[in-house]
Design a binder for this molecule. Structure first.
Ligand code: SF4
Ligand code: SF4
Length: 289
């Protein structure tokens, strides 16, 4: 069997590492990297792009993305959909990227890969980087030397990383907490998807009667939700509460109690149904004897 060589150089780098790289107009590989894309988006990438295009998050998801599984049976991610019947990015133009000021984090990082790691049950992640060297990218032969930290600043990455940190930590915590937390329900995965990627729908959800019957949101905080970014950060807190029981949003006790009872009743009903089904199938086993 033939293994394809990975373009990721197998060396973990820190931000002080000096790399040799420059991407500039006029370089003969111009647009080569945007002609064959595999770009995962962060929730903040989606905010920026839907704002740039003047459409809602639902419209953006529908027209420009497709979902993928970040891990088996786990949380979904979102990738940029290429042009129909092709592999090129839909924002690629001859003169370059048509959404350059709002291009996704992965495009900004290229040719650097971000490696985030964390210890089990901790939110604190450690960051290191790796260099990606693909045959088509001639930027590695340009004479410019620059540290990874400087490159990140030049590409406007710190703002993007900061705004998506809560999401990365959630995903990392979910991945590393393993079977102890159990397989998330379909409903909680849908909640994760809406909260992280479909901010306009999440805003409607936060304004809904059912949400407000359970959670207490101070007026001032609610006002701040007019800004997508504030609402997104609230969404990460909300998901931490839902997935890991980290209570940072006040709940109405009576409603919470009622909900707990409902969940308990449902679980008991399902267990009873499963036990009855098992008993029936065991009876069936003896029918043939
Ligand atoms: S968003 Fe822009 S930089 Fe990123 S792949 Fe598309 S055209 Fe290239
Ligand atoms: S130098 Fe690399 S990043 Fe720049 S256009 Fe060429 S392939 Fe793309």
């Amino acid at each position: 069997m033939e293994f394809q060589e990975s373009p990721v150089v197998p060396e973990m780098l820190d931000g002080r590492k000096i790399i040799r790289f420059e991407c500039r107009k006029g370089i003969s590989c111009w647009n080569a990297c945007c002609s064959n894309i595999d770009i995962a988006l962060t929730p903040y990438d989606i905010l920026r792009l839907k704002e740039k295009l003047g459409i809602t998050s639902s419209q953006f998801l529908e027209a420009y993305t497709y979902p993928y599984e970040m891990e088996k049976d786990g949380m979904a991610g979102v990738k940029l959909k290429p042009v129909e019947n092709g592999t090129a990015c839909r924002f690629m133009r001859e003169e370059g990227c048509s959404v350059y000021s709002d291009r996704p984090t992965a495009c900004r990082y290229y040719p650097i890969a971000l490696l985030s790691m964390r210890k089990q049950d901790e939110y604190v992640d450690t960051t290191s980087y790796a260099l990606v060297k693909e045959g088509h990218c001639l930027g590695h032969f340009e004479p410019r030397e620059i540290s990874i930290d400087e490159y990140r600043n030049e590409q406007g990455i710190p703002e993007y990383d900061e705004a998506a940190r809560g999401w990365r930590q959630l995903v990392l915590k979910k991945k590393s907490s393993g079977p102890a937390i159990g397989k998330p329900s379909k409903r909680s995965l849908q909640l994760f998807f809406m909260t992280c990627y479909d901010i306009d729908r999440f805003r409607d959800f936060v304004s809904s009667a059912s949400f407000n019957a359970l959670y207490i949101i101070p007026d001032e905080e609610r006002q701040s939700f007019n800004e997508d970014e504030n609402l997104l950060q609230f969404g990460f807190r909300f998901l931490r509460q839902v997935f890991f029981g980290e209570e940072s949003i006040a709940v109405r006790n009576e409603a919470a109690e009622e909900r707990r009872k409902k969940v308990h009743d449902r679980r008991t009903r399902l267990e009873k149904e499963a036990a009855e089904q098992m008993a029936r199938s065991e009876e069936g086993l003896y029918d043939d004897i």
